[in-house]
Write a protein that binds this ligand. Structure first.
Ligand SMILES: Cc1cc2nc3c(=O)[nH]c(=O)nc-3n(C[C@H](O)[C@H](O)[C@H](O)COP(=O)(O)OP(=O)(O)OC[C@H]3O[C@@H](n4cnc5c(N)ncnc54)[C@H](O)[C@@H]3O)c2cc1C
Length: 384
């Protein structure tokens, strides 16, 4: 099969583009450096029989009916509302923080007074950003927000981004909500919250199952592909056919403007013979040594089995070739640096870049999917 398009990366972005182009009659070859499909959404059944996600907990959420329709073409999906919590001062509370949190950390009389004050101060509102609550004129209300800031948000964020807790500016928490009732929503407010009936990997198997798609695993594309002098080079020769690139843009350009900053993660996998390890599927431990949160896969979504499996999540530095680039560190400086790489990429007409790495954005899955479909359209229109 002669190749029309080369796609680098077999995550959601690369796979969705490949599928769309294949359906347009194009022959697509995908090169993926990992030994599995699905990018960071990859899941598998572990030795204890639990379906676990290798790169951390993923739940698909979107407000778009069209995106749901697209997903359902490839497998069945079921509704699933994730539950989450946090352990502060060795005490568990569900999150996002709500009136249960107040009851948990305050004696009954104080809790009643604080809840009344919150309801009066934020009358008619279900929630407010913690930032706003921190600025309240009322000392008790401010004290509550301050307690959460000092014991949860600041230490969690400090660990996540490797900065000292006193350097955390409350403004970065501008959108984190505090609820003024007992009902919270697990922190996700999108209309559709779904999980594949079988697994994310099974979804990818169907997505990639097309006679025009050829999959080549274990290939580090940058050992053969380079971008310089305003064009792409493959095995040392210039290439003019379309290349879809979903890896990190700085790596493609040999880091000429320096490495873009990412944060990485290490997962410590644990098995317990207990039926349940923690009250919710994802629990934050802001005050724990090293790790930020623990995901208990038995609860994501609910699975039957003997014992339970969970993973502690340790934020670690990203070093190219040694760890995975999980989260782009988006700051004024890195945005400027990225813009320089983007300007180089935009000068190469047959280079189509997209995805959370190439766009240097924190995309949720629905955003990555939407963007991939748009980019596929552009490839068809402009290049093929
Ligand atoms: C811990 C964590 C939890 C998340 N939870 C959620 C969630 O609950 N809900 C949600 O909507 N989103 C979540 N996300 C975001 C979600 O993972 C992304 O939106 C989605 O995976 C993006 O897909 P992608 O294809 O752009 O990137 P990726 O999944 O990173 O895929 C890129 C692929 O390209 C390959 N690649 C890169 N460079 C090269 C190269 N040089 N040669 C060959 N192959 C290469 C990589 O190996 C990888 O397989 C989470 C992300 C993380 C990190």
């Amino acid at each position: 099969m002669e190749r029309d398009v080369l796609v680098i990366g077999c995550g959601l972005s690369g796979s969705v583009i490949a599928r769309r182009l294949a359906e347009q009659g194009r022959h697509v070859e995908i090169w993926e450096r990992r030994s599995h499909i699905g990018g960071n959404m990859y899941d598998y059944v572990d030795e204890h029989g639990f379906l676990v996600q290798m790169y951390g907990p993923h739940v698909f959420h979107t407000n778009s009916e069209e995106i749901c329709r697209y997903l359902r073409r490839f497998c069945g999906w079921k509704d699933f509302r994730i539950d989450s919590g946090a352990v502060l001062n060795e005490t568990y509370t569900p999150t996002p923080f709500n009136f249960t949190t107040v009851d948990t950390f305050y004696p009954p009389e104080k809790a009643t007074r604080l809840k009344e004050k919150l309801q009066a101060a934020f009358a008619g509102r279900k929630m407010a950003p913690v930032m706003e609550v921190l600025q309240s004129q009322d000392e008790d209300i401010r004290g509550y927000a301050q307690f959460l800031f000092e014991n949860d948000y600041a230490p969690y964020t400090a660990k996540q981004w490797n900065v000292s807790p006193d350097k955390i500016d409350p403004s970065i928490l501008a959108r984190v909500p505090l609820y003024f009732s007992y009902t919270a929503d697990g922190g996700i407010r999108d209309r559709y919250q779904i999980m594949p009936e079988k697994s994310f990997t099974a979804f990818f198997e169907k997505l990639l199952d097309h006679p025009n798609i050829e999959l080549r695993m274990g290939i580090e594309a940058l050992a053969r592909l380079a971008a310089r002098d305003g064009r792409l080079w493959l095995d040392g020769a210039p290439v003019d056919t379309p290349v879809v690139y979903t890896g990190a843009l700085d790596e493609l350009f040999g880091g000429v403007y320096g490495p873009l900053p990412y944060r990485s993660l290490r997962f410590a996998w644990k098995y317990s013979s207990e039926d349940s390890f923690q009250p919710a599927s994802v629990v934050a431990y802001p005050q724990a040594e090293g790790y930020t949160r623990i995901t208990e896969y038995k609860k994501l979504p609910i699975q039957q089995g003997k014992g339970t499996v969970y993973a502690e999540e340790y934020p670690i530095p990203y070093v190219q070739g040694q760890s995975e680039p999980y989260y782009p560190v988006i700051m004024a400086e890195s945005k400027e640096q990225y813009a320089k790489y983007k300007a180089l990429a935009d000068r190469i007409p047959n280079l189509i870049y997209c995805g959370r790495l190439a766009d240097f954005k924190y995309y949720f899955m629905d955003q990555a999917l939407e963007r991939a479909l748009e980019r596929a359209l552009e490839v068809c229109r402009e290049l093929l």
